[in-house]
Every structure is written in C-alpha cells, then in structure tokens.
Design a protein around this ligand. Structure first.
Ligand code: TXA
Ligand code: MG
Length: 323
C-alpha cells in the first residue's frame, strides 16, 4: 500500500473523510504539525494508529474536533476549561479533561486513563475535514514514534507512506511545533508540554502563577506523565545544544545573525533575524534536512527561553537526549 496524495479540494476532502469513516488512517495538516488521523470511536482505527507509528501503547492520543459541542460529547468542561476554549480554540491548545460517561472515543485512545486530550485545530483544511467527518478524529503527529514531527506532506510520506491510506497535502504548517498541553484534571492547571500557546498567553487569562509545569521523566521506562518521553523528536545523528560554533565534521544550525566565518558546510539558520516564530516553523524541517550521515552531529546555537522559545528548547532538549 502506498498512501494516496489527496489535494485539499472539496473532492479530496470528501475522499479523505470517507476513508476515515471506513476506519482507515489519513494524515492531514494542522496549524502545528501534520496529524495522523483515525476515527476516535473506532478501536481498530486507533489500534492502527499505534501500530503505524510503532507507538508505545501507554502514550494516549489527542482527539481533534470541529466544534465545542462535539468536544462536550467527549469530555466534562469545568468553567476554566470553557474559558480557555473560548479564548484559544480553534488553536494550538490541547486540554486534558475527564471523559464523559458516554464518551464515544475508544478507550485505547486514552490508553486506559479516565481523561481525554482534546483540541479544535485552527487550520482551515483540518476544520473542513473534521466537519465533513462529523465526529472526533484522533491524531498524533504523523511520524514514526520518536522521530522528528512532520511539517510538510513530504515529511509524512517519508515516514509513513506505505503504512497509511492517504495524505491530505496542503503545504507547510504555520506554527511548526505541536500544541501546548494543559492538564485541567489536577488541582491546579498543569502544563504538560510547551507549544504553540505560550505561558505568557495563558497568564493573560489565568493570571500569573495560576498554573504549574511538570518536569520530564528521567527515562522512557517511567514516564511521569504519558508522552513525557525524554528522547523524542530525535534525528539519527547526535544533537548538541547551545553551541556558538561547530567543528568541521559537524553542521551548525544557527539562530540570529551568524558570521560567515562561523558557518559550517551545510549551515542552516532557523531565523536569521532572530524571530522565534519563524524558528519554530523551520525547526523540524531543518532538523530533518541536516540529519545526514556525513555530519557527526548537529550543533544548535542558543535559543532564548521565552515565548514559543520554551517549546523550541523543549523539543531540542529531547532531540539531544541520549537514546
Ligand atoms: O499539535 C499537536 O498537538 C499535534 C497535532 C497533530 O494536533 N498532535 C500531537 O499529538 O502532537 P501527539 O500524539 O504527538 O502528542 C500528544 C501528547 C502525548 O505526549 C500524550 O502523552 C499526551 O498528548 N496526552 C494525550 N492524552 C493524554 C492524557 N489523557 N493525559 C495526559 N497526556 C495525554
Ligand atoms: Mg508526536
């Protein structure tokens, strides 16, 4: 099986929705990264997602929905959850909420937890597709587990082409790093993953210190929370962080202005003008491009730990973690 490349036209989306409703897997664009979609209510579709990605079963999935009404069928919304939904949806915020007793999503999608992760994506193609499907679609990033997330249809095809039914192709993702995940089932809202919505954005709504963040697990055997695997988003060659230059056998991945004399062969720049949003959008595609055996490592220049820079540094730390 080789995945069909579907265009994001009315016909293409109807075909994609039909495949999803038949329990097949279809990758589609979101504003963050490409997702690997499977019907949330279908145990077999969800099982197929785990096996296509080689994903450990303890790592649950995000349900993507078209509307808040659809989301309310899956999960119980507290007043904080409603406030966050109103402010940040559609958009790159995923909320962890208690499942409703009648939640139609497969238990496998929650990996046995009594909570569920939900978001309404902002990408117009994702929204149209979800509207045609008419029910929740679970979608992890459309890459093999542990590898760099895809921000173009070509990236998806490179990892999954012979494992899924179709790919809806619609260019490069705007944001480039995954959604922010906030757990609203704890006493205090807890950020489980930095992403497209920054802590500053959340501060505006919840007030400073109204949420906490969690540390990543020390190793993959004992994740402190599902999905907090240390080595993740990893190229096959080593990644070194906070480097101002690189020896000849390594390739430098820059940020901000970089002197010609410091630029190695193969040098790329996440953002020459030092723009963090541009850097986030380029991150995964540049890591993929530089992941070549002729280099002994990718040396990455320092990225400021502010705004979406928190998400960039999180992904880079995991790309650099021992495998
Ligand atoms: O931007 C995104 O979020 C992308 C696009 C496709 O929407 N999706 C994505 O999914 O990044 P994935 O599967 O790669 O990451 C989902 C994360 C995992 O780390 C998982 O452990 C966590 O969400 N998660 C899902 N359900 C959870 C739950 N009930 N409790 C705690 N964490 C959960
Ligand atoms: Mg992922």
């Amino acid at each position: 099986m080789t995945a069909l490349m579907l265009q994001a036209t009315a016909d293409g989306l109807i075909q994609a929705a039909d495949l999803l409703k038949q329990g097949e897997l279809v990758a589609f664009p979101t504003e963050t990264v490409y997702g690997l979609g499977g019907l949330a209510s279908s145990d077999t579709a969800i099982a197929k997602i785990y096996s296509a990605k080689n994903r450990p079963n303890f790592n649950p999935l995000i349900a993507h929905v078209h509307s808040l009404d659809e989301a309310k069928k899956l999960a119980l919304f507290s007043s904080t959850a409603l406030e966050l939904a109103e402010h940040f949806w559609p958009g790159p915020l995923t909320m962890i909420l208690p499942r409703t007793t009648t939640c139609p999503a497969s238990l496998l999608a929650s990996a046995g937890l009594d909570t569920i992760a939900i978001r309404i994506p902002a990408h117009p193609v994702a929204r149209q597709l979800l509207e045609i499907v008419g029910e929740a679609v679970c979608a992890p990033s459309a890459n093999l587990s542990g590898q760099v997330s895809p921000t173009t249809p070509i990236h998806v095809a490179q990892g999954l082409s012979n494992r899924i039914a179709a790919i809806v192709a619609s260019g490069k993702c705007d944001i480039g790093v995954e959604s922010t995940i906030i757990d609203l089932t704890a006493d205090k809202p807890t950020i489980l993953r930095f992403g497209g919505v920054t802590p500053d954005d959340l501060d505006l709504l919840l007030g400073p210190n109204h949420y906490q963040t969690i540390k990543h697990a020390v190793n993959d055997q004992t994740p402190s929370a599902p999905g907090q695997l240390t080595s993740h988003y990893a190229p096959s060659i080593p990644v070194k962080l906070n480097q101002l230059s690189a020896p000849e056998n390594e390739v430098l991945l820059g940020f901000g202005p970089v002197l010609k004399s410091a630029q190695t062969s193969g040098f790329m720049n996440l953002s020459e003008k030092g723009d963090l949003n541009e850097a986030a959008a380029n991150l995964f595609s540049m890591l993929r491009e530089l992941d070549q055996p002729q280099y002994s490592a990718i040396s990455v220049m320092p990225i400021p730990e502010v705004g979406i820079g928190l998400a960039i540094n999180d992904r880079l730390k995991r790309a650099a973690a021992p495998k």
